[in-house]
Design a protein around this ligand. Structure first.
Ligand SMILES: NC(=O)C1=CN([C@@H]2O[C@H](COP(=O)(O)OP(=O)(O)OC[C@H]3O[C@@H](n4cnc5c(N)ncnc54)[C@H](O)[C@@H]3O)[C@@H](O)[C@H]2O)C=CC1
Ligand SMILES: CC(=O)[C@H](N)C(=O)O
Length: 373
């Protein structure tokens, strides 16, 4: 498709007719409201046709993973149940299906995704579909398709329909040549996983669409996320969730990372709170479009010691997975999130002790190994 030609024709038409005062040589591209897959002639089709004071109409892609169901719950509380549509390519459990609107959406199917956005008058899109770091290394072609081609579809639809778009990035967007302790927002990013490469691509493409087409793109780099009622989807930080389940079920935990591997981590409530906060932040408050967020940082050994305060009999052994260890060794140890704290008031609630106490109270302390035996 001759995208470049189409866009430049549309741009020059707009420059001639819009009267926005843009010069030709230095184009303030925020004035240019065309999307890359849309010619200027039908751009007016997609202007927002409802009151700005209405609640956003939200679509979450890849919503049946570790984070999406919790996000839907939080957003439904805030914006109303029927204003938040959860979507995925998997079949939802009964409790999820009956808790609010659910729809099948494959992000690789551009037309279907566009139809969903149009028919449901979507205004905010949270793009959660992805293959995480470890599963991505196990299936690079699929990770490339979902994480990169899927992102392109989402970006084009978001630009075309004036959506506010949230795409999460990750500590995995950094690599061995990045400063690791701490890792600032702006530094060298040369990740060595397809997951990391796709996330740097997402950050850059989102920011490019923001400056080029005026897309309201917002992005947070999440640490490893720890949750009680949802399972992680195949990442390097999964051990920090599994330890709680194993402590309760068997009293034994085999860790696939070395005991001194330090990584940034966060409790899910903090992660979802930050996500909603950055989406609600006034545009003027955002000096950047991609922010690190941080809460705590620990090693498997430190986590095990904290868990053992609740389950003293827990036996921890180490059987290192070389792929995951190599990934973890290239990731940040501590995240510098000063910009998020300054710009839109980010503040975490959970440090390691609160995280561990909360996980056990969620998972049911009376089902612990001590009682089970
Ligand atoms: N969980 C974590 O620790 C972190 C997550 N993130 C990011 O947050 C987002 C959500 O993460 P999780 O919920 O943990 O991921 P997950 O791996 O648990 O879930 C991803 C979901 O994407 C869906 N999916 C896969 N292919 C799809 C397709 N073609 N069309 C539509 N959906 C598709 C899967 O069915 C799955 O339900 C991801 O973008 C991830 O990179 C970032 C940093 C940390
Ligand atoms: C930190 C992440 O992005 C994810 N949990 C992973 O380990 O791949």
């Amino acid at each position: 498709m001759p995208i470049v030609k189409t866009v430049s024709r549309a741009v020059s038409q707009l420059l001639q007719s819009s009267g926005c005062g843009c010069g030709i040589s230095i184009v303030p591209v925020r004035c240019i409201g065309v999307s890359p897959r849309q010619v200027a002639s039908d751009a007016s089709f997609h202007s927002v046709s409802f009151s700005e004071s209405d609640h956003p109409r939200v679509l979450i892609t890849g919503g049946l993973g570790q984070l999406g169901v919790g996000l839907a719950k939080l957003l439904r509380k805030r914006f109303g149940k029927n204003n938040v549509i959860l979507s995925d390519i998997r079949k939802p459990a009964d409790n999820v299906f009956y808790s609010g609107p659910f729809i099948y959406a494959d992000i690789l199917d551009y037309k279907n995704l566009r139809e969903i956005v149009v028919n449901n008058r979507i205004t905010w899109l949270f793009h959660y579909s992805a293959l995480l770091s470890a599963v991505g290394e196990a299936n690079v072609p699929l990770a490339r398709a979902v994480n990169i081609t899927g992102l392109h579809n989402v970006l084009d639809i978001a630009a075309e329909h004036n959506l506010r778009l949230f795409v999460p990035s990750t500590i995995g967007a950094f690599g061995p040549t990045s400063p690791r302790d701490p890792t600032p927002d702006l530094c060298i990013q040369r990740p060595r996983t397809i997951y990391g490469v796709s996330k740097v691509h997402a950050e850059l493409m989102g920011e490019y669409y923001h400056y080029r087409y005026g897309l309201d793109f917002r992005c947070l780099r999440y640490p490893g996320i720890i949750s009680a009622d949802s399972q992680p989807g195949g990442g390097t930080t999964d051990y920090a969730v599994q330890i709680f389940h194993d402590a309760i079920k068997t009293g034994k935990f085999q860790c696939n990372l070395k005991p001194d591997t330090r990584l940034p981590m966060m409790y899910i409530d903090d992660c979802l709170k930050a996500t909603l906060e950055v989406m609600e932040a006034p545009a003027e408050a955002l000096s950047m479009r991609t922010y690190n967020i941080s809460a705590m940082s620990f090693t498997p050994e430190e986590l095990a010691q904290e868990v053992q305060k609740h389950v003293p009999e827990l036996l921890v052994t180490y059987n290192v997975d070389e792929v995951r260890q190599a990934i973890a060794d290239s990731w940040p140890m501590n995240f510098d999130d000063r910009n998020a704290r300054r710009d839109w008031g980010w503040k975490h609630d959970y440090d390691l002790p609160e995280l561990v106490t909360t996980m056990f109270s969620f998972l049911g302390s009376d089902s612990r190994i001590a009682q089970a035996n």
